[in-house]
Design a protein around this ligand. Structure first.
Ligand SMILES: Cc1cc2nc3c(=O)[nH]c(=O)nc-3n(C[C@H](O)[C@H](O)[C@H](O)COP(=O)(O)OP(=O)(O)OC[C@H]3O[C@@H](n4cnc5c(N)ncnc54)[C@H](O)[C@@H]3O)c2cc1C
Length: 403
C-alpha cells in the first residue's frame, strides 16, 4: 500500500508539530511555508503541563526545557497598590502530570527544533518561500497550488492540514467563517533585559490587575539564554499605533507601571490586533484547520498556541487511526467535535474572563475578584482545581470523553 501523504501549510509551531507527528506516525509529509524562515518575532512562550506531555511524546522535551525557563509559580498582583494578591503553585499537580510546572520557551525555538527532527525523515519535503494560494480536492486527493521562487507549482496529497495562522488562506479557500470579534484596543508587547525578579521580588509569570491599565509580565530565556522580560499592556482605543510605539510612550508606560531610577534597556517593541474567533468548521472533506487558522484569542493566560498543539496531536492521531483501518471515515469529524468544543469551553472562555478580571473597573466587583483569587490560592482543593483548568489537563481529559 502506498504511504499516505499529508500536506501541512505553514511552518509555525503548530504546522511543524503536526508535520513531525505525521512523520512519526509513518505518513509522508510535505510542509509548505510562505516565508524564508521560521518567524522569530516574540509571541508565545508559556507552555502548560498538558502541552509538555505532548512535546515529550514528540521526543522534544529535553531540548525544549533546556532552551527555556521552568516556571513553577504564577502570581496575581493589584497594580495600583503594588500588592501580591495570590500565588499559584503547579507543584500541586505532581500526582496528575509528570510536568508539574510551566516552561517558558519561545515558540520559534519549538518550530526550529521540530524542523530539525523532521529533516531526519526521508519521506519529508520541506519547502520555504512557497506560499499556498489555492486548494482543490476530489474523491482521490487534495491539490495545493503554491507560488514560490520558481513560479507556480502544484503539490498533491491525500489530506491537507491548514496551519497557516490567523489569516489562513486555507480557511478562506474553504469559505469557512471565522466567527467572533476583534478587541478595539491593540495589545502592546515590550521586551527589556532589566531583571524584574530582583526589582519586584516577582516570579517568572505575573498578572497585574488595574482598571486604568493592566500588565502581564513574563520572563523568557532569549536566544542567548541571558534572560529577557516581556511586558504586555493594553493600548488605548484612541491611541495611534505610531504614538503607542514611540520612545516616549513606551518608556512612559513601563516607568509608570514599574518606576525605576534610570531608563530601561528596551530590546523590542511591537503591537498586535487581538481577536476572539473560532472557525465555524475545522474539517471540510480532506482538509483540516489547526492552530490559529482555526481559532484566535487574546494572549492573557498563554493558551492559544497550547491549544493549537493539542489540535495538531489530536488530528494526527485521528488521521492515523482512520488510515490504518482502525476506524471508519466518520471518525475524522470527531476532530472538530473535540477540538472546536475545547477551544470554546476552555480557551475562549478563560481568555475573555482573564481580560475582564484584569481590567475590571467596578470597585466592588474588583475587590471581590481579588478576594476570590486570594481565597482560592489559600484553599488547597480549590487551588488545585484552578490549576487543573489553567494547565489544560482538564480540557485534555474532557476531550477524550467526546466520541
Ligand atoms: C504577543 C503574543 C503573545 C502570545 N503568547 C502566547 C503564550 O504565551 N502561549 C500560547 O499558547 N499562545 C500565545 N500566543 C498565541 C500564539 O503566538 C499563536 O497561537 C501561535 O503563533 C499559533 O501558531 P500557528 O503555528 O497556528 O500560527 P503562526 O505562528 O501564525 O504560523 C503560521 C505560519 O503559516 C505561514 N503561512 C501563512 N500563510 C501561508 C500560506 N498561504 N502558505 C504557506 N505558509 C503560510 C506563516 O508564514 C507562518 O509561518 C501569543 C500571541 C501573541 C500575539
Amino acid at each position: 500500500m502506498k504511504t499516505p501523504r499529508i500536506i501541512v501549510v505553514g511552518a509555525g509551531p503548530v504546522g511543524v508539530v503536526a508535520a513531525l507527528a505525521c512523520a512519526q506516525h509513518g505518513f509522508a509529509v510535505t510542509l509548505l511555508e510562505a516565508e524564508s524562515k521560521v518567524d522569530d518575532s516574540p509571541r508565545a512562550a508559556t507552555t502548560h503541563p498538558a502541552t509538555l506531555e505532548m512535546i515529550d511524546r514528540l521526543g522534544l522535551i529535553e531540548p525544549f526545557i533546556a532552551q527555556g525557563l521552568v516556571a513553577r509559580y504564577f502570581h496575581f498582583w493589584d497594580r495600583p497598590t503594588r500588592t501580591r494578591i495570590a500565588e499559584f503553585d503547579h507543584d500541586l499537580l505532581r500526582n496528575e502530570t509528570r510536568f508539574p510546572f510551566v516552561v517558558q520557551t519561545e515558540q520559534h525555538k519549538l518550530a526550529n527544533m521540530g524542523l530539525a527532527r523532521l529533516r531526519e525523515y526521508a519521506d519529508s519535503i520541506i519547502r520555504f518561500e512557497t506560499r499556498v494560494t489555492e486548494i482543490r480536492q476530489d474523491a482521490g486527493g487534495v491539490t495545493a497550488t503554491a507560488e514560490g521562487t520558481d513560479g507556480v507549482e502544484e503539490f498533491q496529497a491525500d489530506y491537507l492540514i491548514g496551519a497557516d495562522g490567523g489569516r489562513s488562506t486555507v480557511r478562506k479557500a474553504l469559505n469557512i467563517e471565522f466567527e467572533g470579534y476583534t478587541w478595539p484596543e491593540r495589545f502592546l508587547i515590550f521586551t527589556v533585559t532589566d531583571d524584574f525578579q530582583q526589582m519586584l521580588d516577582c516570579c517568572y509569570r505575573n498578572y497585574f490587575a488595574d482598571p486604568e491599565e493592566w500588565v502581564n509580565l513574563f520572563k523568557v530565556a532569549g536566544d542567548d539564554g541571558g534572560g529577557r522580560w516581556r511586558a504586555c499592556f493594553p493600548g488605548r482605543v484612541d491611541e495611534a499605533d505610531d504614538h503607542a510605539l514611540s520612545d516616549e510612550a513606551v518608556h512612559g508606560r513601563i516607568q509608570r507601571a514599574f518606576p525605576k531610577g534610570g531608563p530601561y534597556n528596551l530590546v523590542h517593541r511591537n503591537l498586535y490586533k487581538t481577536h476572539q474567533r473560532v472557525a465555524a468548521k475545522f474539517r471540510l472533506g480532506r482538509v483540516f484547520l489547526a492552530g490559529d487558522a482555526a481559532h484566535v484569542n487574546n494572549p492573557i493566560g498563554g493558551l492559544g498556541l497550547n491549544c493549537g498543539i493539542h489540535d495538531a496531536i489530536e488530528l494526527v492521531d485521528t488521521l492515523h487511526q482512520f488510515v490504518s483501518g482502525r476506524a471508519d471515515e466518520s471518525l475524522l469529524d470527531r476532530y472538530e467535535r473535540r477540538r472546536r468544543t475545547m477551544n470554546i469551553q476552555f480557551v475562549q472562555e478563560a481568555t475573555i474572563a482573564n481580560k475582564k478580571r484584569l481590567e475590571e473597573s467596578d470597585p466592588q466587583v474588583r475587590r471581590a475578584n481579588l478576594d476570590e483569587l486570594r481565597a482560592r490560592s489559600e484553599d488547597p482543593v480549590r487551588h488545585k482545581e484552578f490549576l487543573m483548568r489553567t494547565s489544560l489537563i482538564e480540557s485534555v481529559r474532557k476531550a477524550q470523553l467526546i466520541s
